[in-house]
Design a protein around this ligand. Sequence first.
Ligand code: NAP
Ligand code: ZN
Length: 352
Amino acid sequence: MNATLSYAAFDRTSPFGPFSFVRRDPGALDVQFEILFCGVCHSDLHTARGEWPGTVYPCVPGHEIVGRVTKVGPEVKGFKVGDLAAVGCMVDSCKTCASCQAGFEQYCDNNDITFTYNSVDKHLPGKRTYGGYSSQIVVDERFCLHVPENLDLAAVAPLLCAGITTYSPLKHWGAGHGKKVGVVGLGGLGHMGVKLSHAFGAHTVLFTTSPGKAEDGLRLGADEVVISKDAAAMKKHTASFDMILNTVAASHNLDAYTSLLKRDGTLVLVGMPEHSHPSPDVGNLLHKRRAIAGSMIGGIAETQEMLNFCSQHNIASDIELIPIQKIDEAYERMLKGDVKYRFVIDMASLKA
Ligand code: NAP
Ligand code: ZN
């Protein structure tokens, strides 16, 4: 019996509350660790409030998890008791298909990904996976990440989702010196997108609906900030971007951004709103061979690469630390765009 404390959503609308459950005892290849900090992603809100189909209650969200190892299985090679460890959005996949073998577990060809929460738990029949708003986790070593020691641990937590979800597409679409990259939305993902795009050497332009965030945008690494409601300011950037990374968590018109792409430029969607975006204007796409693409988190090896990159460049999240008891309030503030720039739960508060 591996009793675990947590905070759970019990239905779409009620406030979070305490919930106890049992995690599996660590198997031969498992790492067990005490969760010290867990970031709060907008995906947690989409899931807890049933905005995406398929939420099973009680639901324990949280996929930006860092902590300290308390136990390892006999065949674990990379971790020992006392090490720092981290888990992101996935805890398992088929591991055998071409995508998994190539390090793209997030695009598993067999659609056999076990997400950190709200997935079928392969180890506990009839149960769902429970995430990081909890006291501890047990995870296959192959889905466990090493945490850089030189960064503030609480500020590292959001790298496990917000960090990798922006790092992966920026790398894939070649953000770097000589490239002009836009980042839409200055929230959890967006602020990591700005920091990473800047670190890759791209000319980085932040698009925000919040004039009050302009100064922060520049401080975080943007070369320019555009208030996206200002049509004249938007027009100045027509047909000039190599890539625009869109992190917005709500449905909106994409044409305002596709028209800013130059020939062969790509608008990459990472935000996944409850309601789809209006269908984009096709003429806008074919006139300059522009593309709209999507990207989901990143593979395990790439997540470790991102953590190492952040360690070398001294990059972590700008966070507001909260006790777990303030999770509902944090969700309300997230909906208002009032996050600077990621809430992180201090899991010590769970014992209070
Ligand atoms: P967040 O912290 O709430 O940030 C979203 C930002 O979008 C806001 O801060 C706001 O920035 C902007 N925004 C503009 N209009 C908005 C509106 N009407 N409603 C909400 N936001 C609006 O969210 P996040 O944690 O970064 O997540 C963003 C999205 O990415 C979510 O849909 C989430 O589920 C998704 N996600 C996807 C992946 C993936 O693998 N693709 C991974 C993680 C999360 P301004 O104030 O600057 O305009
Ligand atoms: Zn996330």
